[in-house]
Design a protein around this ligand. Sequence first.
Ligand code: 4NP
Length: 154
Amino acid sequence: MKILMVCLGNICRSPLAEGIMQDKIDQYALGWTTDSAGTGGWHSGELPDPRSIATARDHGIDIRHQRARQITRRDLDEFDHILVMDASNYQNVLELAQNDQQRQKVELIRNFAQPGHNLQVPDPYYGGNDGFERVFDMLDEACEAFIRQYRNAE
Ligand code: 4NP
């Protein structure tokens, strides 16, 4: 199972999502892989936002090895699940998809915890530090629910 986390810049939300999912993959010894990317490429090559690094660290997760990159068409073939943070990410990734098999891989990440509600992970970039902690909690809940759904299904 290969899981790609996607947001806009790949410096705030999706690096946290990747770190949280990797931590759970390790804890549950699932043997899955996870990565993250942005729909935009402005921050390519950069480390995660310092506030994402600090929030992850507060929860015992180190994401400092991550570097931002932009999503490519090939990712839609390579990964089994493309988990997006908000409706704009969803639209942008769907525009890259070339067939129904690829389109079916794209899912709003919070729908695993609150099915059918189409809740979003808000962009914390322009807010304060508490925004990052709230994002962490949403992502932790969503990743846990994703694993519950798929861990015995392979
Ligand atoms: P992210 O947050 O999509 O969670 O990584 C953002 C980071 C940077 C920008 C937008 C969103 N930006 O426009 O630079």
